[in-house]
Design a protein around this ligand. Structure first.
Ligand code: HSE
Length: 419
């Protein structure tokens, strides 16, 4: 890498402008943005027009430009740009989690083939330096799990609707105005965005490469006042939590689902657009990292750090994958869930292994039980369509009972409780 980094930037939205600000205010290393490629010609830009181009090849084929920074939100276009750039021998920094998660295996191969570096710290958990921490700091730690809050928008909505009595639509609008939300916010509230980030972190924590369509994600869009009441009465909060977990047989599970957390959980006080990551390992035990997970400047700071890392020739080595390139993905896991439902026949269809509580009141019905997560995934469309809500209840104060007792409980615990 030559002394001076000449950057070709793709995208000048929230993160692109954030990076521009961060770069102009930071001192210490030499990097210039030579050109910025944007899509909309008519849009008024806050900096001199001479910086902009609408032709991607003006940047991609410019031999003076040695670093491509890709910050657009269209994952397919981003993939084309990144692939072309790597094949041209340019280093790339990207924040596009969907693109990275969808093509990670190929992107790793392209880095080797063309001897270039692709860095994506900004793709996962905004300002929290989690990719490099997993890759470098925990390279020899025997990690058990990585979990947390990986999506700022959904966490912002949960905070504002539950504690500030804002409507769901108003909270989402605020998250959009503040530049936290994806162009299609379904990605945020249905857990897709958190899933892409979890897939990226699974590669660095465990050497697992898994395609997004295999990973189950449940979201918060059907959360109702009843679920909130249930949580509040029990002193719990609801958070959207991706879990990456290694099992005794070496396989690794990845899934995203809402979860009730109690005040002892590190994530309990992570609010608004903040993210939090809990890393558990054999030697380090439990560690917690927290910071802003969305927004121009926090994300721009992660991009800046990657550009800086390129200046000293940094590359991900995918160390956990090198240690074991045969890690199996496992989505055959049992989860303990709270499921708010309407139709008893639906509950009968679901293959619960155990049922602990069945609650019926004139306002709403819920069941708490244990079942394979794949069983829930089969009915994901039904759950969304009927505005039911599912949340993991690992920490809710219930006493597990046996399968046999569960059958009894099904009958006995149907009560008009006050939840
Ligand atoms: N929409 C994402 C979020 C942006 O809310 O977390 C940061 O990746």
């Amino acid at each position: 890498m030559s002394n001076k980094l000449q950057i070709g930037l793709f995208g000048f939205g929230c993160v692109g402008q954030g990076l521009y600000d961060v770069l102009s205010k930071s001192s210490g290393f030499r990097a210039d943005i030579s050109k910025i490629c944007v899509k909309q010609q008519s849009k008024k830009r806050p900096i001199d027009a001479k910086y902009f181009t609408y032709d991607r090849f003006e940047i991609l084929d410019n031999p003076e430009i040695n670093v491509i920074v890709e910050l657009i939100d269209d994952a397919n276009e981003a993939y084309k740009i990144v692939k072309y750039a790597l094949e041209k021998g340019k280093h790339v920094v990207t924040a596009n989690k969907k693109m990275v998660a969808n093509h990670l295996k190929e992107l790793v191969e392209l880095q080797h083939k063309y001897n270039v570096s692709l860095l994506y710290e900004a793709s996962s958990c905004g300002s929290i330096p989690i990719v490099r921490t997993l890759e470098e700091y925990y390279d020899n730690e025997l990690l058990f799990s990585v979990s947390g809050i990986f999506n700022g928008t959904s966490n912002y909505i949960l905070t504002k609707t539950i504690f500030e009595n804002l409507s769901y639509a108003a909270a989402l609008k605020q998250a959009q105005d503040l530049g936290f939300a994806e162009t299609d916010p379904t990605n945020d509230v249905e857990g897709f965005d958190a899933k892409y980030k979890a897939i990226i972190l699974a590669a660095h924590a465990f050497g697992l490469f898994v395609q997004p369509e295999k990973v189950f994600n449940f979201g918060i869009s059907t959360l109702s006042e009843w679920d909130v009441t249930y949580a509040k009465e029990k002193g719990l909060k609801i958070k959207l939590i991706p879990t990456i977990k290694k099992h005794d047989d070496g396989s690794v599970s990845v899934f995203v689902a809402p979860q009730f957390v109690n005040s002892a959980n590190y994530l309990f006080n992570v609010e608004n657009e903040f993210n939090g990551v809990i890393v558990e390992g054999a030697f380090s035990d439990k560690q917690f990292l927290s910071g802003k997970g969305a927004g121009g400047h926090p994300t721009g700071s992660a991009v800046l750090s990657d550009i800086s890392a390129l200046s000293y020739g940094y590359k991900y080595e995918y160390k956990k994958y090198k240690q074991n390139d045969n890690v199996k993905f496992n989505n055959d896991v049992l989860v303990k869930v709270y499921l708010r439902y309407e139709d008893d026949n639906f509950i009968k269809q679901l293959k619960f292994e155990e049922i602990y509580v069945k609650h019926t009141s004139d306002r709403f019905k819920y069941v708490i039980g244990q079942l394979p997560i794949g069983e829930l995934a089969k009915y994901q469309d039904y759950i969304k369509e009927h505005k039911l809500f599912v949340s993991l209840t690992k920490e809710s104060p219930i006493t597990p009972i046996t399968k046999k007792e569960g059958k009894l409980a099904e009958k006995e615990l149907v009560h008009a409780g006050k939840a």
